[in-house]
Design a binder for this molecule. Structure first.
Ligand code: DGL
Length: 282
């Protein structure tokens, strides 16, 4: 008898988690997904632990009630601040992206010093510092609070206006310079740069140009997808087309569905056709 497809709930404060969903769709070809973007309450990265936990728990419960058998918290901020609260509030297994990000750095770092770029809230939580320490590494955690709004506004390399692209490039450069100064002061020699926010893969081409040539840039999407595949014992995969995605994934957003479609398509790397609006309250 053929098994029904496993249903995986994927949650982010908005759009960034779509970079993780993209890897999950490729890695788990037989699974079905429900993606919830809490776009009405984004950004989480500047909010308190209590607020992020309240929002994330509501979203996780919604995904569980909708039939998800496994939850991926595809938001570093929610993973850093609310993973325990989420796990306590649902019955299904929950995976956060901090652990998988730290795993991916641990697999490649030789110097055992890792530079982590993340939101303010993730940095303040020192979740990466703790996860890296558990794996015998030191983390230099650099807050980059301006990056999420710039990415949300589309001021990435894909923008037609070179002045806007230049603004983002300069901001990124300043954060990297600040991190390099702090690393030197602390006697650290990072050989790995971890994207500790699921929005940041959209700046990958800028980072490739601006980061020192000897630093390896990683994000947690692939490691997360491989971990889910291993934990679920799911067969590994080939590719995913836009039509296959719309059959396999339900998209829920707490703010404008039009905005989710247009912005989300950039993060997912393919068109998002149908989005349902849901209201989680204030
Ligand atoms: N994508 C979220 C993360 O990975 C950050 C976006 C936000 O601030 O809500 O941390």
């Amino acid at each position: 008898m053929t098994q029904p497809p496993v249903r995986i709930g994927v949650f982010d404060s908005g759009f960034g988690g779509l970079t993780v969903l993209r890897a999950l769709l490729e890695q788990l070809p037989a699974a079905e997904f429900c993606y919830l973007g809490d776009s009405a309450r984004l950004p989480y990265g500047s909010k308190s632990r209590e607020t992020v936990a309240r929002y994330a728990v509501e979203s996780a419960r919604l995904l569980e009630n909708d039939g998800s058998q496994y939850l991926v918290i595809a938001c570093n901020t929610a993973s850093a601040l609310a993973l325990d609260a989420i796990r306590e509030s649902v019955q299904v297994p929950v995976l956060g992206v901090i652990e998988t990000g730290a795993d991916s750095a641990a697999a490649v770092s030789v110097s055992r010093d890792v530079l982590v770029l993340a939101t303010d809230a993730t940095v303040q939580s020192h979740a990466y510092g703790a996860a890296c320490a558990e794996r015998g590494m030191r983390a230099l955690e650099q807050a980059c609070p301006l990056l999420v709004p710039l990415i949300e506004e589309g001021w990435t390399s894909a923008n037609q206006d070179p002045e806007r692209v230049a603004v983002t490039r300069r901001v990124l450069q300043l954060y990297l310079e600040e991190a390099a100064g702090r690393a030197a002061d602390a006697g650290m020699t990072p050989d790995t740069l971890l994207l500790g926010c699921t929005h940041y893969p959209l700046l990958r081409d800028m980072l490739d140009l601006l980061a020192p040539a000897n630093i390896r840039i990683l994000d947690s999407a692939q490691t997360t997808a491989r971990r889910v595949q291993r934990e679920l014992g799911a067969p590994a995969a080939a590719t995913s087309s836009a039509s296959a995605t719309s059959r396999r994934c339900r998209f829920l957003a707490t703010d404008s569905v039009e905005k989710f479609q247009s912005l989300g398509s950039r993060f997912l790397g393919q068109p998002i056709r149908e989005v349902e609006h849901i209201d989680l309250g204030g």
